[in-house]
Design a protein around this ligand. Structure first.
Ligand code: TYM
Length: 336
């Protein structure tokens, strides 16, 4: 029986690069909106981060920084289980089992892997290839019913659903089948420098993304230097005007205004006007988040305490699923 009979949510962000306004709009903002209705698990996916080269000290610091940013964005530790992936060893354990049932062909189809392979052959490793299986393990361990993600993660979620089918076909009902939850707006925020590709937190060009903890001056500069399109009219048209449409999407999500309202507000004005107002809005939206973040980062003992308590809570649930899975596949029971 699930806690309070509420449905369960799991979601996460990989602790590589900087959390961006894309992560905020496409994911964390939705997570906070769902925390009252669901039994929620939100995780810093630090094991996933190892699929790309990381400097150990920076990775360690970033783990805590992401955790503090989750809290600063409004995730309430009283309402959610907030933990670090590597603190719950069951993730790696279930991933191994699922790897043994995951067809190679399914992983070969993953767009994100193909894109990363196309960009550089240099850092390819087996972890990058099987990453969606670890992601499936993250979700299935908690019997998650719903997984709030941006568009880019939808295919990975489909793989998790396929793995549930494969496993159930062989061993009978074991997991909940997770459904994606994709927010209506801002499911895909685009790069400020190349509005035809996704805003990515690990982009080598920091001007392409707005970090949640960028200082106000930096946010302003980055927005002002965002690539826009031919023409001057502020109107929403993703194929003809991808740059200005992306800025309008961010503006729309943060202000609650529709594209039509924005077009009316900026009638007769130019792209530059929208950029100035967007910068003010982003700075105003992120100010309370940044203030809270800086306070939290001064209180490492508090953060460490939360991490300890919440990983214990997460483990209690994860363990139950893992024991069930080990039993189903025929592993000899662990001594208690
Ligand atoms: P990650 O860290 O790339 O992104 C975290 C969340 O933010 C969303 N997102 C975006 N949404 C809109 N526009 C963007 N430009 C944008 N960039 C990122 C992502 O869709 C995601 O929801 N593999 C995952 C992390 C993960 C996970 C999981 C997610 C690990 N285990 C289990 C869900 C369930 C990832 O790398 O997301």
């Amino acid at each position: 029986m699930k806690k309070n009979d509420k449905k369960t949510i799991l979601s996460a962000s990989t602790s590589s690069g900087d959390l961006t306004i894309g992560n905020y709009i496409g994911a964390i903002n939705n997570w906070t909106a769902l925390q009252d209705q669901y039994n929620c698990y939100y995780m810093v996916a630090d094991l996933h981060a190892l699929t790309t080269p990381q400097e150990p000290k920076a990775l360690r610091e970033r783990g805590l920084s992401f955790y503090a940013q989750y809290l600063a964005c409004g995730l309430d530790p009283e309402k959610n289980t907030l933990f670090m992936q590597s603190h719950v060893p069951e993730h790696a354990e279930l991933a191994w089992i699922l790897n043994c049932f995951c067809p190679m062909g399914a992983l070969n189809r993953m767009t994100q892997f193909k894109e990363k392979t196309a960009k550089s052959e240099k850092n390819l490793n087996a972890g990058l290839f099987t990453y969606p299986v670890l992601m499936a393990a993250d979700i299935l361990l908690y019997q998650a019913d719903v997984v709030p993600v941006g568009e880019d993660q939808k295919q990975h979620l489909e793989l998790a659903r396929d793995l549930v089918d494969i496993f159930h076909h062989r061993f009978g009902e074991t997991f909940s089948t997770p459904d994606p939850y994709i927010g209506k707006m801002g499911a895909r925020i685009m790069s400020l420098q190349d509005p035809t590709s996704k805003m990515s937190k690990s982009d080598e060009n920091p001007k392409s993304f707005l970090s949640i903890i960028d200082p106000p001056k930096t946010l302003e500069k980055k927005i002002k230097s965002a690539v826009t399109d031919l023409g001057t009219e502020v109107s929403f048209d993703q194929s003809e005007k991808p740059g200005i449409s992306n800025l309008m999407t961010i503006y729309s999500v943060l202000s609650g205004k529709t594209y039509q309202q924005i077009e009316t507000d900026f009638e007769g004005k130019m792209y530059g006007h929208l950029k100035i107002e967007l910068a003010a809005l982003v700075i105003e939206t992120l100010k309370p988040v940044q203030d809270k973040y800086h306070d939290l980062m001064k209180n490492k003992d508090y953060l460490d305490g939360l991490l300890r308590d919440h990983s214990e809570k997460a483990r209690a649930t994860a363990k139950q699923t893992l024991i069930k899975v080990y039993d189903k596949v025929g592993l000899y029971p662990r001594p208690l």
